[in-house]
Write a protein that binds this ligand. Structure first.
Ligand SMILES: Nc1ncnc2c1ncn2[C@@H]1O[C@H](COP(=O)(O)OP(=O)(O)OP(=O)(O)O)[C@@H](O)[C@H]1O
Ligand SMILES: [Mg+2]
Length: 663
């Protein structure tokens, strides 16, 4: 350590320094514990004790996915998803569920692939191919598998083997049956040319005599994308320069003079298919490559071997191959019948865009959480942006308008205005099989959020208004057909404008309800008095006149109907309310109109009807009297409590004054 840096460290408080030191030491200790080193005999003992340490790549990945747990959508507490999937209960997988939203079907197909491949079914000899539009999450799905592999405990491999191969390969063919019986498993695969050479000729460096394979050194290694261990990545290559060394490695020309022809010591087995042995190889934009290139990929999965460079025979590989591209590339590739052989060896999984509003919002939350985006995000901003994304992806239908379709797909119980019958969502889906394969991408929306922020020089804040503007100008500039541009602008300027104003009106009115808290509490008290008398079959004493009156059923109903409690269900509801509040009271909790959620909602809605008119007057007013000012300020305060910042609350209220409640 140089003097300078020593000095810098010593200026840290001692406790911090020792904290770093402790962390480093602890990590080193743990790493030591994770790792193992020995020889083949030692490894055999380990396998005998726990045969599950021997795993082929598909099984390893399947176990990795399943280690995050699985459950039926119906067992989650996502009510909308339950409604949407009630007829074919799909499973959700913990491994993916906190990172991927609204593509449950895609994920379950991916899991199904790994499941059958892990049982060595035909899938284990096929390429998993993800096909979908730009920004639908294909790369991210593969990235999740990379990260998953990197989080696994290290795996056992022959030391210094360029393929990090399974140590059991050392066991000669004629003895395998016996060993398999003793170990209770099947031994698959053959030694790579380098290890084979070391057995045959002895391995001087390690002091191993010819044929003494049982002493071969075995150690554990960690999956690592950066170090290229167990994870290989093949980017699309310039078609004029398709050098297979990227896939299968090469011969080191400088060594060709040193060794005789066929000596594997000249081999540099560092292609993606070599380094991905034991794990995963990803082919990005797979069909941008020449067909010859793809044949290598196919033999690697189908035959589980790849050619060694030069004249060194074949090399056994055990790896999962995942490739992806967009639909246009796929269609082009498929149209060429000379590609049939390849097509037959591919398991296609479509990765469409998500079509559920609630899930689309989660996608942007996730991306923003991972990014450096630090601005304030006004309520409904991501919702409005997501609405546009989803609308652009939906296929039109004559059964309902696009926004109704969006809400149905979002699991909302809605009936379109002017219609009486609910549209069957299954029917909608059946009629639009290609839905989700086109439309606005997640990246477009993220760009719009960024643009809205950089356009907003005054406040460090994005809101539905500036985001919608950003989206409009992006659509105007985008390279789109006239029809599509027109459609998108209609969504933005018409559909979303209306939807947002409705949201805003509800929100402002609700904030005003808060300003009228006295009235709210009064409604609540009256409801309680009447409901209690109704339930106990007693009278209500008027607070002012002390008269004994029958419970006012008309009043009770006027509250209950706000949350669609009508007819015979009213009795049950009243009993529930009273029982709930009594119990809360006995627990010593303070009782107010917010205590019981359904009643709170009903009371707020009831008040909104009467407050709406006042909101209009007060919000639009150029000058306000004292009482109005007081209410207005209370409303603004409530908006701030509900997630607005001083900058955006101003913007949305001005917007409301100009656009809402048109006289
Ligand atoms: N359904 C989804 N759930 C969660 N995140 C998603 C979803 N769809 C897209 N994303 C996010 O959108 C971003 C873009 O996705 P990604 O880069 O994986 O797309 P891609 O399909 O590989 O696109 P391309 O074809 O352009 O390479 C990522 O941050 C990804 O996590
Ligand atoms: Mg990608």
């Amino acid at each position: 350590m140089s003097k300078k840096s020593a000095k810098t460290v010593s200026t840290h408080p001692e406790s911090v320094q020792s904290e770093f030191d402790a962390l480093i030491k602890q990590d080193r200790g743990e790493a030591r514990q994770r790792h193992w080193q020995g020889n083949l005999l030692g490894y055999l003992e380990k396998v005998k004790a726990d045969p599950s340490i021997v795993k082929l790549s598909h099984a390893r990945l399947y176990d990795l996915i399943m280690s995050g747990g699985e459950k039926s959508v119906l067992e989650t507490d996502d009510h909308r998803a339950k409604r949407l999937f009630k007829d074919d209960a799909i499973n959700v997988y913990g491994f993916f569920s906190d990172k991927f939203f609204g593509i449950e079907r895609t994920i379950s197909q991916v899991v199904r692939y790994f499941h059958s491949a892990s049982h060595k079914g035909e899938e284990s000899r096929q390429v998993l191919y993800l096909m979908g539009p730009v920004g639908s999450g294909k790369s991210s799905l593969v990235e999740a598998l990379h990260q998953g592999l990197e989080s696994l405990p290290p795996f056992y491999a022959i030391e210094d083997c360029p393929m990090h191969e399974e140590p059991l390969h050392l066991i000669p063919r004629h003895l395998r049956k016996n060993f398999e019986k003793m170990l209770g498993l099947r031994i698959e695969g053959d030694l790579c040319p380098v290890c084979r050479y070391r057995i045959k000729n002895g391995w001087e460096e390690k002091g191993i005599a010819k044929g003494e394979y049982e002493s071969f050194p075995i150690h554990t290694v960690e999956f690592s994308k950066r170090a290229r261990v167990g994870i290989g990545v093949v980017p699309p290559v310039d078609p004029n320069n398709q050098d297979t060394s990227v896939l299968i490695g090469s011969e080191d020309i400088s060594k060709l003079d040193l060794y005789s022809e066929g000596d594997p010591r000249v081999l540099e087995l560092n292609g993606a298919l070599n380094v991905g042995n034991r794990g995963l190889v990803e082919f990005i934009e797979v069909f941008k490559n020449e067909v010859e290139y793809l044949h290598c990929m196919i033999t690697a999965t189908q035959e589980k071997v790849i050619p060694a460079p030069g004249k060194h025979g074949m090399v056994y590989v055990d790896e999962t191959i995942v490739s992806h591209s967009n639909e246009a590339e796929w269609q082009k590739f498929k149209a060429d019948h000379t590609n049939e052989a390849i097509l037959d060896r591919i398991v296609v999984v479509k990765v469409p865009y998500n079509l559920r509003l609630s899930e689309e919002v989660k996608i942007y939350r996730k991306i923003i959480d991972y990014s450096d985006f630090k601005a304030h995000i006004a309520p409904h901003t991501l919702e409005v942006a997501s609405m546009f994304a989803v609308l652009s992806r939906l296929e039109p239908t004559n059964k309902c308008d696009p926004i109704t379709k969006l809400k149905l797909y979002n699991g909302e119980e809605i009936v379109e205005k002017g219609r009486t019958k609910k549209v069957d969502i299954k029917e909608l889906q059946e009629a639009s099989k290609r839905e989700g394969m086109t439309g606005i991408s997640t990246r477009f929306i993220m760009k719009a959020l960024d643009n809205a922020l950089s356009d907003n020089t005054k406040g460090n804040c994005i809101n539905p208004i500036n985001v919608r503007e950003a989206m409009i100008s992006m659509v105007k500039e985008a390279d789109l057909s006239d029809d599509i541009r027109k459609q998108y602008l209609e969504f933005l300027q018409d559909t979303l404008h209306k939807e947002y104003l409705e949201m805003l009106e509800r929100e402002i009115t609700r904030a005003f309800v808060f300003a009228y808290q006295e009235q709210t509490e009064a409604l609540f008290q009256n409801y309680l008095d009447d409901a209690e008398a109704y339930v106990n079959k007693t009278k209500v004493k008027d607070r002012n006149t002390k008269e004994e009156l029958n419970p006012d059923e008309k009043f009770l109903k006027s509250i209950e109907e706000q949350i669609a409690i009508v007819g015979s269900s009213a009795d049950g509801f009243r009993q529930e309310v009273i029982a709930y509040l009594w119990a809360a009271n006995r627990r010593g909790e303070k009782i107010d109109y917010k205590s019981y959620e359904p009643l709170k909602e009903a009371i707020e809605k009831k008040l909104m009807t009467s407050v709406r008119e006042l909101s209009r007057v007060i919000t639009k007013a150029k000058t306000r009297d004292d009482e109005q000012t007081e209410k207005y300020n209370a409303m603004v305060k409530e908006m701030l409590n509900n997630g607005y910042c001083p900058s955006c609350v101003d913007i949305v209220l001005k917007y409301a004054a100009n656009n809402l409640w048109k006289d």
